[in-house]
Write a protein that binds this ligand. Structure first.
Ligand SMILES: Cc1ncc(COP(=O)(O)O)c(C=O)c1O
Length: 380
């Protein structure tokens, strides 16, 4: 007899994994693959982080910690907000989490009930939608386009009916686009006035190439989600942080105690050192900046102009509809014919993803330069 299964497990899989599998199959045949589909840094965690981890492994017990993290990490994160954004945040509002992914789960659980409506841009990072759905929270897509750099505005939210929350990301994945200066703060004020909980994913802060990123932590009611995964090149360490409003922090902590006990202790200790590794991290960023320039030129040359200005993160989202109707088929042909792996837009944009492709440029410089060269000469 079939046993009962919860529909929660029916969330959408990551379709990018199909691209990864196809790329692996090609590599197994001995053919080369240039990986522009993967969104994780190709760099090691900075030396200072690895050194702190090695010392902790030798000297510390590495037991559980408080659910919101060890005091030195929380204090160092608060100091980062003072240094970078000129913001004075009490340490009790800083929570270390198991990656930003852990932060999302806790934020959604602490702020939204099943049946609540939460808006997010279409396209967005797919896990927002999938976690919300698994929690029976209604996802309300915000139609965004090039006129707002694919970012939501108060005007776009006004027509969407009653909302419990809105999720934004600047720089965004997949588009790499950012709010222009002042726009995130305008949205944060609107949300605060309207009683809509703003959740701002700031995981790509530090990786911006045209102008600085603003934080939603200026708002007393916004939750900021961040992570050591991207700028700090620590994806597998599973460590991130959230800035949590006063009215949410106690519930957030109780949920964290019950869901996770504590974030990974070794990673907390190591991550405390990450803020002092700027020269190495800025050198990594210079590689991304060079890759971005080369890839952007090749894509534009090839008629694949970015859908939004890729001002940050490490991806470029292009409208491929002038070359083919189905970006999935186009990505397959690109992999088969020139060995360049990229991600069709379906994961990010179930409605219209067939028109778009995301190219990541966090691979090594030689691979990105070679991919750019092949793209320029590729004829369908
Ligand atoms: C926009 C965005 N947010 C969050 C995450 C999750 O990151 P992590 O859980 O490693 O902090 C990712 C990962 O790719 C991402 O692109």
């Amino acid at each position: 007899m079939a046993l009962k299964l919860a529909s929660r497990g029916d969330v959408a899989p990551f379709l990018v994994m199909e691209v990864v599998r196809a790329a692996e199959a090609r590599a197994a045949e001995g053919k080369d693959v240039l990986h522009l589909e993967i969104g994780q840094p190709g760099f090691q965690a900075p030396k200072g982080v690895r050194r702190a981890a090695a010392e902790a492994l030798e000297g510390d017990v590495l037991g559980y910690t408080g659910a919101l993290g060890v005091p030195p990490l929380r204090a160092r994160i608060a100091a980062h907000y003072a240094d970078t954004y000129d913001l004075d945040l009490p340490e009790r509002r800083v929570a270390a989490t198991t990656g930003s992914s852990g932060g999302f789960l806790l934020a959604f659980l602490a702020c939204f009930e099943a049946g609540d409506r939460v808006a997010l841009a279409d396209p967005s990072y797919p896990c927002y939608r999938n976690i919300l759905k698994a929690l029976d929270i209604e996802v309300v897509p915000i139609a965004v386009g090039p006129e707002t750099r694919f970012q939501p505005t108060p005007e776009a939210l006004q027509g969407l009916g009653d909302l419990a929350g809105v999720i934004v990301a600047s720089p965004s994945n997949p588009t790499g686009s950012m709010f222009l200066p002042g726009e995130l703060h305008r949205l944060a004020r609107w949300c605060d006035d309207q009683g809509v909980r703003l959740i701002s994913d700031e995981i790509y802060h530090g990786l911006h190439y045209e102008h600085e990123a603003e934080t939603a932590a200026i708002s007393p009611s916004a939750i900021v989600i961040n992570s050591f995964s991207k700028y700090y090149a620590m994806t597998g360490w599973r460590i991130g942080w959230s800035i949590v409003p006063e009215d949410v922090i106690d519930g957030f902590e109780r949920l964290a105690q019950n869901f996770f006990i504590s974030p990974p202790t070794l990673s907390q200790i190591a991550a405390t050192a990450a803020f002092d590794c700027r020269p190495e991290l800025e050198a990594n960023k210079a590689v991304y900046a060079a890759n971005r320039k080369v890839l952007l030129a090749a894509l534009t040359d090839r008629g694949l102009a970015p859908a939004a200005p890729p001002d940050g993160a490490f991806s470029i989202y292009v409208d491929s509809s002038s070359l083919a109707n189905d970006s999935g088929a186009l990505c397959k042909a690109m992999l088969d014919e020139i060995g360049v792996a990229a991600t069709p837009g379906y994961d990010f944009q179930p409605t219209d993803g067939g028109r778009f492709i995301r190219f990541s440029f966090c691979a090594d410089q030689a691979s990105v330069a070679e991919a750019a060269r092949r793209l320029k000469t590729w004829r369908l």
